[in-house]
Design a protein around this ligand. Structure first.
Ligand code: ATP
Ligand code: MG
Length: 439
């Protein structure tokens, strides 16, 4: 009835109904959409793959191999969460191909997971065609109507990494453009401002056809840039700060300070919920919690009120540095942004920095709140962040916090307290929880 040659790593499949036909049990293939014109007449077969295209990794010269293997490792971790997919790295792209029927049905889920992998500049679902014009036309005709339902105009762009292909890129574009117009007459070509760009990529093994490539998560592969400790509050900013460092490849542990019973169990749960959301980007996160209750009471009872926030922040930095050293984190990460609140003026940040024993990264330092909120919505932490629970920074807040603090005066206030003893006591309260990504 039809002929086909074996695909990469594909084995047996079984029957189920697809949008335009059926996935058939074809030895050597999976995820083949076979469409019938009439009950019995077979007219087409389509296989799909997810193409994840490298971003900055391609610029990495002699270190590129290491980055690529970290990227492949992260893709494989996500594949294992979902099902039986083949993973292959070739031509600056990782190809993820379903290997059984369940995997075919889970392609959307897989796509969603891959769109969160740092290190990819672009991602798309593509139909696979043999490397000849006849098959490319056939696949374009049969695959594109279903994926171009929401578009009215298009433009074709062909790219040949296999230069031995007999047609030039413009020739392929014109040929397939014509094919699309015939198959979907309601569409028109718009070379300047198309609703969608149909791409035909003639690669080493096959030709890949897709309509609409999405941006990848960008950044650098998870785990490629050392380890940092994020000071995670329940607010909007710190989860965004964590996400931004993860995006640059940093492995992130979290520390959260509570002030029970002044802060509630619900506030702590909210922080775990936020950390879980960050797991969607990195797979696994350690959250360390430390109690600041006694420290805050001491500051309230013995120090000048105007200095209390700054004193508290210095204690946070000291304790965070200790956690970081124990957990082999090289830097602290906070969600501070210049001028956002009294404790984030230039002078206040310098006073805070003075208490940290290791560098402090502040990825949001130059961002407006609106920009931060935009990222927070994108990573789906916003709705949790705005739940109205108290943070230790919002209990015992001074009426007139110092915005232009002098370090000597802050140190004089700090020296009223038994700093080392308080740190030792708080250190004993620490707890560690490991959170893992759930689907
Ligand atoms: P938002 O500003 O959105 O209310 P926030 O988390 O930025 O939330 P800030 O008071 O601005 O709250 O705190 C500045 C930074 O200090 C936070 O981004 C976070 O890194 C750190 N921080 C504040 N409170 C805590 C806490 N309870 N535990 C750990 N880190 C904290
Ligand atoms: Mg803030």
């Amino acid at each position: 009835m039809f002929s086909c040659s074996p695909g990469n790593g594909l084995t047996d499949g079984s029957l189920f109904q697809a949008q335009h036909g059926y996935i058939l049990p074809v030895p050597g293939y999976f995820g083949i959409i076979v469409t019938y014109q009439k009950e019995t007449e077979l007219i087409k077969m389509i296989r799909e793959a997810i193409l994840c295209k490298f971003g900055e990794v391609v610029l990495k010269g002699t270190n590129r191999g290491r980055f690529e293997s970290q990227l492949t490792k992260e893709v494989k971790r996500r594949v294992e969460l979902i099902g039986n997919f083949g993973v292959r790295n070739n031509q600056s792209t990782i190809y993820v191909t379903p290997r059984d029927d369940k995997a075919v049905r889970d392609l959307d889920l897989m796509y969603d997971q891959l769109s969160k992998v740092f290190g990819f500049a672009g991602i798309c679902r593509a139909a696979i065609a043999e490397k000849n014009m006849e098959d490319i036309r056939r696949v374009a005709r049969e695959y594109l109507p279903a994926v171009m339902l929401n578009y009215r105009s298009f433009k074709c762009e062909a790219k040949r990494s296999d230069k031995s292909f007999p047609l030039s890129s413009p020739e392929i574009s014109v040929d397939i453009g014509g094919e699309i117009l015939e198959a979907i007459p309601r569409l028109h070509v718009d070379l300047n401002n198309p609703d969608v760009i149909v791409r035909i990529e003639i690669r080493d093994d096959y030709a890949y056809i897709h309509a609409g490539q999405d941006r990848g998560a960008g950044g650098m592969p998870t785990g490629s840039a050392g380890k940092g400790l994020l000071l995670l509050s329940g607010g909007i900013d710190s989860p965004v700060a964590g996400y931004m460092m993860m995006k640059r490849g940093m492995e992130v542990d979290c520390v959260h300070f509570d002030s029970f019973p002044y802060t509630s169990e619900a506030a702590r749960e909210k922080v775990f919920e936020l950390a879980k959301k960050l797991c969607e980007y990195c797979g696994k996160i350690k959250v360390h919690t430390v109690s600041l209750t006694h420290i805050q009471e001491e500051i309230r009872d013995r120090c000048e009120e105007d200095y209390s926030t700054l004193l508290l922040r210095r204690f946070m930095m000291k304790l965070a540095t200790r956690v970081a050293r124990e957990q082999k984190c090289h830097v602290l990460v906070t969600g501070e942004s210049l001028g956002q609140v009294a404790s984030q003026t230039l002078q206040a940040l310098c006073v805070t920095d003075d208490s940290a024993g290791i560098p402090v990264f502040r990825p949001l330092i130059g961002m407006d709140k609106e920009e931060i909120i935009r990222v927070s919505r994108k990573i789906n932490t916003f709705d949790t962040s705005i739940l109205p629970y108290d943070d230790c920074c919002t209990v015992f807040t001074p009426r007139h916090p110092k915005t232009q603090p002098e370090l000597e005066k802050v140190l004089a206030q700090e020296n009223i307290l038994e700093v080392e003893e308080l740190i030792e006591e708080a250190w004993k309260s620490r707890n560690t929880t490991v959170l893992e990504q759930e689907l």
